[in-house]
Design a protein around this ligand. Structure first.
Ligand SMILES: Nc1ncnc2c1ncn2[C@@H]1O[C@H](COP(=O)(O)OS(=O)(=O)O)[C@@H](OP(=O)(O)O)[C@H]1O
Ligand SMILES: Nc1ncnc2c1ncn2[C@@H]1O[C@H](COP(=O)(O)OP(=O)(O)O)[C@@H](O)[C@H]1O
Length: 199
């Protein structure tokens, strides 16, 4: 329940539909989820680059970056992760309303948090992209040496080690990042967007 009272929703003069017409394409959020090191940031940025090249209005919301600003008051407890995802979901909704195709790269380990974000969007606007990569491979990559730290007990509540990751049950897109190249992953996402007439 919100704390604000006496507030009224104000419809904007220019609508999401108007912005989509001006842009010449649809808007949606490609919600990447997966373990640390699975490839969320790499693939989300590669998708974004390709969309930009095609003249599509895009934006990337990335976990580490948001935690430097908007969500710098949040840690990695289950409660803080839920609030992290809730806020990102609301920000993503504003971007989708602005007419963009956005990618988000957050571990978002809890199914209920992701489902709550899905619920604030209209049908077809929330596209869950599961970056499916075995923990062993993520740990082998360990691009930020965080798994090594977690194994040494220097980071607590690390996803996949001592904090759970709940895989999506019905994601729109599954990318096996241990089996396909980044280029193939990008093509998989673009194919989906074209098939749905979003781009
Ligand atoms: N305890 C713990 N568990 C998981 N990840 C950790 C942790 N501490 C720091 N980091 C770093 O923070 C990035 C994950 O932030 P997110 O906002 O995506 O996490 S979450 O969605 O709220 O679970 C994550 O980024 P990625 O590696 O890009 O996933 C890590 O770099
Ligand atoms: N097929 C692939 N898709 C995505 N990343 C890959 C792939 N193969 C190797 N990598 C590497 O794995 C690492 C993934 O890191 P990152 O994108 O930061 O993951 P995350 O955002 O999920 O933590 C990068 O160093 C990237 O170069």
């Amino acid at each position: 329940m919100g704390k604000s009272t006496n507030i009224t929703w104000h419809e904007t003069t220019i609508t999401k539909a108007d912005r989509r017409i001006q842009n010449g394409h649809g808007s949606c959020v490609l919600w990447f989820t997966g373990l640390s090191g699975s490839g969320k940031s790499t693939i989300a940025n590669a998708v974004s680059y390709e969309l930009y090249r095609l003249g599509i209005n895009e934006y990337v919301l990335d976990g580490d970056n948001i935690r430097h600003g908007l969500n710098k008051d949040l840690g990695f407890s289950e409660q803080d992760r839920a609030e992290n995802i809730r806020r990102i979901g609301e920000v993503a909704k504003l971007f989708v309303d602005s007419g963009k195709v956005i990618t988000t790269a957050f571990i978002s380990p809890f199914r209920s948090d992701r489902d709550q974000v899905r619920a604030i969007f209209e049908e077809g606007e929330f596209i869950e992209v599961y970056i499916d990569c075995p923990l062993e491979e993520c740990e082998r990559r360990d691009p930020k040496q965080l798994y090594a730290k977690a194994r040494r007990g220097e980071i607590k509540d690390f996803t996949g080690i001592d904090s759970p990751y709940e895989a999506p049950e019905n994601p729109e897109i599954v990318i096996h990042s241990d089996k396909v190249t980044v280029e193939e992953a990008v093509e998989q996402v673009l194919h989906y967007l074209r098939e749905k007439n979003i781009i």
